[in-house]
Design a protein around this ligand. Structure first.
Ligand code: TNX
Length: 528
């Protein structure tokens, strides 16, 4: 069988002829195998349109990758594709640059001039002799590649050489996202997750075409980003975590490495410094931030809403300005998240002034302010973004003030919520969230008073009070995260739980190949 895997198109006939009367020459086309056809129908998030023509493209040792130089960044995306496909296939997959792609056995990353595709859409034409992915911008090529990945056998996800015939069913896919904000949030404050863990999470979210990673960088239990003008934030405030573990923080160099790794995968990092509540780690690091001038104790519990900055102290706003200045200079993306949630011990009139002053500082550093929907109590402008998590009233209030909204309803897509009463990790204050419940809702209609033009997109927060390792993070994220990605990418009329659960069931082998330890929900017909 070895030869079969080396040159499938020519050898398959030779092998089959020994057992049957059928014979395929090298030139004859082959109908798509059942598996390849199933993969074509199974892509998550579901493409806007996909039509198979029922034949087969074979990725072989002869396949080349060709990038159209007309598209800025296409060469890097082509290199990314090569690096993705080489480990499991063992093929060379040389990358070339050409403004038209003639010849056989190639994957052509082409420029398009197709306004309907926008900045992130792509059109993929899979013929027997070549695959053409066309896009207006390199982000679209990248998302076409994420689709192609799922059209290949799941063995493509493994990092060692696999003996597999690399078949892709032929056809056409035209695809683009319904929302510009397709996010995941990782709480690195309650427990710290190092650079490699964050890169792993970025790899996982990008494979479902998500494009924002919100990092919750500070909270009562830990401060996770080095601030040079206030060094004790990281060295002292970063030394704790929930349960009393050792904590940790990103140096500015490490944070920059994460930002770059994300940008190379079309992910924008959204850094959050949670204020004026959720600030105990800062209050423990610098006594002058407290009303009595004395530092608090580090905190390792999981209560919320007990800490606050002081509105009437000048040093408070020197601190906020320094932190946001350093953070904005490290962050090329346009957003700064100022938290703003659960400030239960901040007086309401102080809270409003806090948010208004944070907004001025964010603006001064040319960023766009994001905050939890609680910020709707302040004077938002049209540039502000409110993240809906629990209150329809506050989300509607934010919209009345012309702000945009990100949909993160806790009872649906807080993926730290337990799946059911037997789940060992996670919390359940917003209810149990089974896989169907996380999927089966519409971001466009969930909150009265909100409509398409107010909604920037969807984001799945993952709080880590109970999660200490990336494996535990993955168990809570999977399989709910691919469903959230589909809510963010695929238009409502192309989605439905009964259809999705079949695709998700068929996706099990791919999650396994990626090394994901996922929750085997009894509501999904798993095929393993
Ligand atoms: C609520 S959501 C919080 C977080 C907790 C989370 C746990 C929000 C804006 N605040 O502080 O970690 O619940 O699920």
């Amino acid at each position: 069988m070895m030869i079969f895997f080396i040159k499938p198109r020519c050898v398959v006939g030779t092998l089959i002829v020994a057992f049957s009367t059928t014979f395929f020459s090298c030139k004859q086309s082959q109908p798509a195998s059942q598996d390849a056809a199933l993969r074509f129908e199974g892509v998550i998030p579901r493409p806007v349109s996909a039509t198979t023509t029922g034949k087969t493209f074979f990725l072989t040792s002869e396949t080349r990758i060709v990038a159209d130089p007309a598209i800025e960044g296409s060469a890097e995306v082509a290199q990314y594709l090569g690096a993705l496909l080489r480990p499991a296939t063992g093929f060379d997959l040389p990358v070339e640059s050409a403004s038209n792609a003639n010849g056989k056995n190639l994957i052509y990353l082409a420029g398009a001039n197709d306004t309907g595709l926008g900045a992130e859409g792509y059109e993929m034409a899979i013929a027997e002799d070549q695959i053409k992915i066309a896009a207006n911008e390199s982000a679209g090529l990248f998302y076409g590649i994420q689709t192609l990945r799922q059209l290949l056998p799941e063995a493509i996800e493994r990092s060692e050489l696999q003996q597999v015939s690399w078949e892709v069913a032929t056809g056409t896919i035209r695809d683009y996202p319904q929302f510009e904000w397709r996010g995941a949030m990782l709480d690195v404050a309650r427990h710290f997750f190092g650079v490699d863990d964050v890169k792993r999470y970025i790899d996982l979210i990008t494979s479902y075409k998500m494009n924002r990673l919100h990092l919750h960088l500070s909270d009562d239990q830990g401060w996770r980003i080095e601030i040079k003008s206030w060094p004790r934030l990281a060295t002292h405030g970063g030394s704790s975590s929930v349960g009393g573990g050792k904590g940790g923080y990103y140096t500015q160099e490490q944070y920059t490495e994460i930002v770059q790794y994300a940008a190379d995968r079309f992910v924008t990092i959204v850094p959050e410094i949670d204020m004026p509540g959720h600030t105990n780690a800062a209050l423990a690091s610098y006594g002058e931030l407290n009303a009595n001038g004395k530092p608090t104790e580090l905190y390792t519990g999981i209560e919320v809403g007990f800490s606050t900055l002081q509105l009437n102290k000048d040093v408070t706003f020197k601190f906020v300005d320094d932190v946001l200045r350093e953070l904005s200079s490290l962050t090329p993306g346009p957003y700064l998240h100022i938290g703003g949630d659960e400030a239960h011990v901040t007086k309401k009139e102080d809270y409003i002034q806090f948010i208004n002053r944070f907004a001025e500082i964010v603006k001064k550093y040319n960023k766009r302010m994001v905050g939890w929907e609680d910020i709707a109590q302040a004077d938002l402008d049209a540039n502000a973004i409110a993240q809906h998590w629990h209150s329809n009233e506050l989300a509607a209030e934010a919209v009345k003030k012309n702000a945009k909204v990100i949909m993160s309803p806790a009872s649906r897509i807080y993926i730290d919520m337990q799946y059911d009463s037997t789940t060992k990790l996670g919390l359940h204050w917003a209810g149990y969230v089974e896989v169907d419940h996380a999927y089966d809702w519409d971001p466009l209609t969930l909150v009265p008073g909100l409509s398409r033009e107010n909604i920037l997109g969807v984001e799945a927060p993952l709080w880590t009070e109970t999660l200490t390792t990336i494996d535990e993070v993955e168990y809570m994220a999977f399989p709910r995260l691919p469903g959230v990605a589909e809510l963010a990418w695929t238009p409502s009329e192309r989605r439905g739980w009964d259809e999705y659960k079949v695709r998700l069931g068929n996706h099990a082998k791919r999650m396994q190949a990626k090394g994901i330890d996922f929750y085997e929900s009894p509501r999904v017909p798993w095929v393993k």
